[in-house]
Ligand binder design. Structure first.
Ligand code: FAD
Length: 317
């Protein structure tokens, strides 16, 4: 079932969550266990992230460094199909422009189509580790809106090879990312929202937000999107804090702020168990307030840790 239809038919706010494929060498079992433990809360759909290759330098026996490209978390397509078919829960496969030529994106879409996964989240991807700026590869895309257009064309049966006529039309529901505190590279919030509007104009049917810890920024973002003419559902994404390290790494990685009250609570927590309690408390508070506000659903970033999310969902839904 398509996410947009699930949203339209929903009688109550949806519970959805995101999973990250295991590092190469890991197995799918752990991921399936996470799904199993959260499936009792009846998730409406599950997202599976996608990770581009990174450049690593390996020291050779002669002391010189060898540059290698390594995909540390492969398997998004296979895992999406595995989870969808094992649990009968729709899966949204993330697709990224980074490191992909448009032909490879088309092939990935066709694989998903053949596997019955017809929900995708179209993303640009971050610059690879060690690189400051995102640079599209030759034959690839600079912005996710270009990928959205490609998927929308495939939905009309228009393949990259224009001589191919009468090809099967795919039936993808396309989601895109939105940033309540603005994307790090955007000049300002309003220009970022203009770019988001373009993604919707190209065919995106709903938006999932970057995580945030202050609901006021989400409410402001929704108002600004509506004022600029974006009328698709905007699903808030939140995450329970799991360690004090998050205080430094989350703002650095995702360019988002922590509210003073949350920082104070975390500062006062000494043991890891206390930090986790604060994380769950704050996430519950956010989720309850969002549901009261009337969001279409709450999307949880699990980062592989189901326990905290399950405590929040158990208390809120
Ligand atoms: P875009 O929409 O392309 O925007 C990127 C920047 O370009 C923005 O600053 C935007 O304002 C600007 N821009 C857009 N269009 C134009 C234009 N026409 N002219 C000028 N500027 C423009 N990353 C992964 O690698 N894998 C994942 O699985 C993944 N999942 C995510 C899920 C969610 C819900 C979110 C919020 C993010 C996710 N990311 C993931 C991170 C994402 O890839 C990065 O945030 C990336 O830097 C931007 O992706 P985007 O699709 O929002 O980019």
């Amino acid at each position: 079932m398509k996410v947009i239809d699930i949203l339209k038919e929903a009688k109550k706010p949806l519970f959805t969550f995101e999973l990250v494929p295991p590092l190469k060498g890991g197995n799918a079992q752990t991921l399936l266990e996470t799904v199993r433990s959260l499936s009792i809360y009846e998730p409406a759909y599950i997202n599976v992230t996608n990770h581009q290759a990174e450049v690593v330098y390996v020291e050779r026996p002669d002391g010189l460094l060898e540059r290698r490209t390594v995909r540390k978390r492969p398997g998004t397509i296979a895992l999406s199909a595995l989870i969808q078919h094992t649990f009968g829960i729709p899966v949204v496969a993330h697709l990224i422009c980074g490191g992909m030529r448009s032909e490879e994106i088309e092939d990935a879409l066709l694989e998903l189509n053949f596997l019955g996964v017809n929900n995708v989240l179209a993303l640009r991807g971050d610059p690879p580790v060690g690189q400051k700026r995102f640079v599209p590869i030759s034959g690839g895309y600079e912005y996710s809106s270009e990928m959205v257009s490609q998927i929308a064309r495939l939905n009309q049966g228009r393949y990259l090879d224009e001589s191919l006529v009468g090809g099967e039309k795919t039936n993808f529901c396309i989601g895109v990312a939105g940033y309540p505190e603005k994307h790090a590279e955007a000049a300002n919030r309003l220009s970022d929202i203009e770019h988001l509007k373009q993604k919707v104009a190209c065919g995106a049917e709903y938006i999932v937000t970057q995580m945030f810890f202050d609901n006021a920024v989400y409410y402001r973002f929704v108002e600004e999107c509506r004022a600029s003419g974006i009328h698709v559902p905007i699903i808030p994404g939140i995450k329970p804090i799991g360690s004090k390290r998050d205080l430094a790494t989350i703002p650095q990685t995702f360019h988002i702020d922590f509210p003073a009250e949350l920082v104070e609570l975390l500062d006062r927590a000494n043991k890891l168990s206390e930090v986790k309690e604060v994380g769950v408390y704050w996430c519950k508070k956010q989720a309850k307030d969002l549901i009261e506000y009337g969001v279409p659903g709450v999307h949880f970033y699990t980062l592989g840790k189901a326990e905290a999310v399950s405590q929040v969902v158990n208390a809120v839904y």
